[in-house]
Design a protein around this ligand. Structure first.
Ligand code: SF4
Length: 256
């Protein structure tokens, strides 16, 4: 059935719902559509009201279940604190891993470039001039402007996403080897860290294509583009070495 939901599809996607071809089969997307107006806007009061309402409901359900099954919530909270601390240490360790550091370095390079966009406005003005003078065909001009717009959107979307997913992948790998986390670090689809590494690598590949498209239009920024492309390429190689099975991870829906 075309609109049958695909379980877990949202776990290994890039969360770019606007460009997703599976919106009709994703329950996260459906939930977001069902949310009251404004409830997804972090600055909107309705968002926080909905969140706090959900939290109160969850707390009540948890207390009822604990009473029913005779579970000591205080004891669980103490264990959770230990796990929380362990989790923080694992995250810190992952950020200090060469992949964590390099992916963050890429985020900073990209953010810095996007803030400055050296030569971009001049190039757009030049293209407008060429269109007016008929040096560039209307079709050709439109295509280039479209290519710039798409490339910038792709770069922006993945610039921090890659880092976040690689940190999740690295943390997941450590957790999978730890008895306290072993089961949660494995998803129903296989190793969660492989799935996270795969979507990060897809983000890297798409970003490389987007930077290369910009490079073609702004060749005078060669040094900077080569530095960015080199960083992404190195990051991809490191990620492939660390997660050799990632690309064969089967993402529900996307890899069916
Ligand atoms: S699967 Fe598609 S629709 Fe669902 S959360 Fe991911 S990007 Fe959005």
């Amino acid at each position: 059935m075309a609109d049958q939901k695909i379980p877990g599809i949202y776990n290994y996607c890039d969360r770019w719902c606007e460009r997703c071809t599976f919106t009709a089969r994703c329950s996260v997307y459906e939930n977001e559509l069902d949310a009251p107006e404004g409830s997804l806007d972090m600055n909107n009061k309705a968002f926080w009201d909905r969140l706090s309402e959900n939290f109160s409901k969850a707390r009540k359900m948890l207390e009822q279940a604990a009473q029913h099954y005779n579970i000591d919530l205080k004891e669980i909270a103490a264990q959770a604190n230990d796990i929380d601390l362990k989790q923080k240490l694992i995250r810190q360790e992952s950020r200090q891993h060469p992949i964590g550091e390099l992916s963050w370095e890429y985020s900073k390079l990209s953010m810095d470039w996007l803030k400055r966009q050296p030569g971009m406005l001049d190039r757009l003005e030049e293209m407008k001039g060429q269109l007016t003078m008929g040096v560039e065909s209307v079709e050709g001009g439109k295509e280039k402007i479209e290519s710039i717009r798409d490339s910038l959107a792709v770069i922006r979307w993945y610039e921090t996403f890659i880092h976040v997913k690689l940190i999740r992948a690295l943390s997941g790998k450590v957790k999978a080897a730890d008895d306290d986390f072993g089961e949660v670090a494995e998803s129903a689809f296989g190793s969660d860290s492989d799935g996270s590494a795969k979507i990060a690598m897809i983000g890297i590949e798409r970003s490389i294509s987007a930077w290369a498209a910009l490079f073609e239009l702004l060749p005078e920024n060669e040094d900077e583009f080569l530095n960015i492309l080199g960083t992404l390429d190195k990051l991809k190689k490191l990620a492939m070495e660390e997660f050799p099975k990632a690309m064969s991870f089967h993402r529900p829906g996307f890899d069916d």
